[in-house]
Design a protein around this ligand. Structure first.
Ligand code: GTP
Ligand code: SPV
Ligand code: MN
Length: 596
């Protein structure tokens, strides 16, 4: 190690070098040459192939394609601090176990040391981390997803604090063992130690399991830091919206995994004169100032987005973003182009090699449903000039939403922030391919944070309630309502600007809306349908309808969900009052429909 490293950083690296027994240690500087070297290594090992426009395609082991929630642990000192929604193991027990498993785990490999910063370099919002890894794929991805390299290291040397992120694919090349294109293990562990701000990740090379700056640090560990320091680390996109009169508003939105964050963040509005610019597509760190305003940054530097469904039609800005300098993982390919289900030009291709590396004959998927692109935010043509704003951007509204084929209207605004917090906590969504599990099963996913809250969900609810005086207007949206024949009732994507336009109008006090027992929905006549396919405009009243019986059941189910969890005394009693508030309004509406 020739570089200057402060003693804490040095001893962190040396202790793991001793445990892992790699052939050598490489301290990453984040340069383009280093990135090219990682790509070259992956090409030589059969992990990656080159595509056109400096893109590459990586095919993972079919056993390692998504986050593994059942192998993800919060190892807080006290079990009650992990709460009922996390897997808990006592920290020293997990450390002993992983120390044993990690011993010699990098034999025959290089241990890369990745210094990185989450958030703009030099911002008061930002936090530093060092990830150790034996995966060139991780090094290449971290370069796109974080501010990685020398500058981060220099600041860290000076500043001192950093989150210890330790990762191994756990496939040691001991005597006689041959490497494979995508080394990984069946017995994976993604372990978090909130008190000591450490992450130990073992046996997976994929996405949120392995790119530790993302879900592990920027959500699970950061949510714990945020609770202690009085701010919010959330699974939210951030966009700046400009209307035809050049008025701008900034919105953060929490949707569960694979429920439309990247698409809303990069949307191309269908309404003339409107502009949407992206600040973040997955994670927001939000702090309130002394004026009670909420400011946010995106701690990430790139996008790790779902490929299937992305096309010139659904998301032209995303397609332009990923034209070049992009890492594709688990898509198919033909003739230097990445291919997936839903890409426009699909039908023209005759010799597609699928993500499983076989010739596509129509019997299997071209891309894995959780196939992803990794791309630097700088490639995005609609990146906001506030992306690197050290002070963050003022948030004017918070949106929450899930993937629900029934009940939830297209949009409603909650009557106040406290009710908004309950609605955020009531989020439900169909499970998607973003995590290992049953796709399509409806599950509760409070604030889209079920897999990402690093502490007791009861404390998390209390934390949101404690912030409620400083929260902006809160809206619930649902792009995924279906009719009886299973067709989407709303076109989504660029047409979602119509919903944002209504939200804009509400924020400016221009739209009155219609009061329902759950909140304010648009009046059909104030909703902009100019140029909207009649098929959709004639369903608007259905899309804005609040079915009081179904919603009564919704709140009853929410109540039993909360009761079914053992929050160890940390559940906010205010939530019971809020649920009753909703139920009373629903009951009154049922007995006197005119009051609607
Ligand atoms: P993560 O990266 O896992 O957090 O996902 P995400 O929330 O960013 O979701 P993303 O925008 O990648 O969308 C996931 C899937 O939903 C893609 O297949 C999209 O094509 C689809 N999708 C996104 N927005 C819409 C929409 O407005 N309507 C419909 N019908 N589908 C959508
Ligand atoms: C998600 O699942 O919400 C993602 C993908 O953004 S991953 O980074 O794998 O968590
Ligand atoms: Mn996500």
């Amino acid at each position: 190690m020739e570089q200057f490293l402060n003693p804490e950083i040095k001893s962190f690296i040396l202790s793991y070098q001793e445990l892992f027994s790699p052939n050598s240690v490489c301290i990453c500087n984040g340069s383009d040459e280093e990135y090219d070297r990682m790509i070259q290594l992956m090409i030589e090992s059969g992990t990656a192939e080159r595509l056109a426009n400096n893109n590459i395609l990586v095919r993972s082991d079919p056993q390692d394609v998504a986050r593994v929630e059942d192998r993800t642990f919060i190892c807080s000192v006290k079990e009650e601090d992990a709460g009922p929604t996390n897997n808990w193991v006592e920290p020293s027990e997990m450390k002993d176990k992983l120390n044993g498993l990690m011993s010699g785990a990098m034999m025959g490999r290089v241990m890369y040391v990745i210094p990185f910063c989450m958030g703009p370099l030099g911002s008061d919002y930002s936090y530093y981390g060092i990830q150790l890894t034996d995966s060139p794929y991780v090094v290449a991805n971290m370069k796109k997803m974080t501010r990685m390299g020398q500058k981060a290291l220099d600041l860290m040397n000076e500043y001192g604090n950093f989150v210890r992120c330790v990762h191994t694919v756990a496939y040691p090349l001991s005597e006689g063992v041959k490497d494979v294109p995508w080394p990984c293990r069946e017995d994976k562990y993604i372990a978090h130690f909130p008190e000591t701000r450490e992450i130990l990740s073992f046996g997976s090379g994929y996405g949120g399991n392995a790119l530790l700056g993302k879900k592990c640090f920027a959500l699970r560990i950061a949510s714990c830091i945020a609770k202690d320091e009085g701010w919010l680390a959330e699974h939210m996109l951030i966009i700046k919206i400009t209307d035809p009169n050049e008025v701008t508003r900034t919105v953060a939105a929490a949707f569960p995994s694979a429920c439309g964050k990247t698409n809303l963040a990069m949307m191309q509005p269908s309404l003339a004169g409107w502009k949407v610019e992206v600040i973040g597509d997955d994670i927001a760190w939000m702090k309130s100032n002394d004026k009670g305003e909420l400011y946010a940054i995106n701690p990430e530097a790139g996008f790790f987005g779902v490929a299937p469904g992305t096309s010139k039609k659904t998301n032209p800005n995303a397609m332009n973003t990923i034209r070049q300098n992009t890492i594709f993982t688990n898509t198919g390919s033909e003739d230097g182009k990445p291919i997936w289900e839903g890409i426009d030009s699909f039908a023209h291709f005759k010799n597609i090699i699928t993500w499983k590396k076989v010739l596509h004959d129509g019997s299997d998927k071209v891309a894995h449903p959780n196939a992803r692109f990794t791309v630097s935010a700088n490639e995005c043509p609609v990146l906001s000039n506030d992306f690197n704003n050290l002070k963050g951007v003022k948030i004017d509204a918070i949106l929450v939403g899930g993937r629900r084929d029934e009940i939830i209207p297209l949009v409603f605004q909650t009557f106040d922030a406290q009710e908004g917090v309950l609605i955020g906590a009531s989020l439900t969504s169909e499970m998607t391919a973003a995590a290992k599990g049953t796709v399509g099963k409806v599950r509760r996913d409070p604030f889209a944070m079920l897999p990402f809250c690093g502490y007791n969900m009861g404390d998390y609810f209390k934390h949101w309630l404690a912030m409620s005086e400083r929260l902006p207007a809160i809206f619930h949206v649902n792009w995924f309502r279906k009719d009886k024949d299973g067709n989407f009732m709303w076109p989504g994507f660029g047409e979602n600007i119509r919903v944002l336009e209504w939200i804009f109008g509400r924020l400016k006090g221009e739209y009155e809306g219609k009061k329902t027992p759950i909140g304010t929905v648009p009046k059909v006549e104030e909703f902009n349908v100019k140029g909207l396919d009649e098929k959709y405009s004639k369903q608007l009243s259905e899309l804005f309808k609040v079915d009081t019986d179904a919603y009564m059941e919704f709140f009853e189910e929410l109540e039993s969900y909360f009761q079914s969890l053992d929050f160890k005394g940390r559940f906010p009693s205010e939530f019971n009052d809020l649920i009753n508030q909703f139920k009373n309004r629903l009951a009154n509406a049922n007995s006197s429909p005119k009051s609607l």
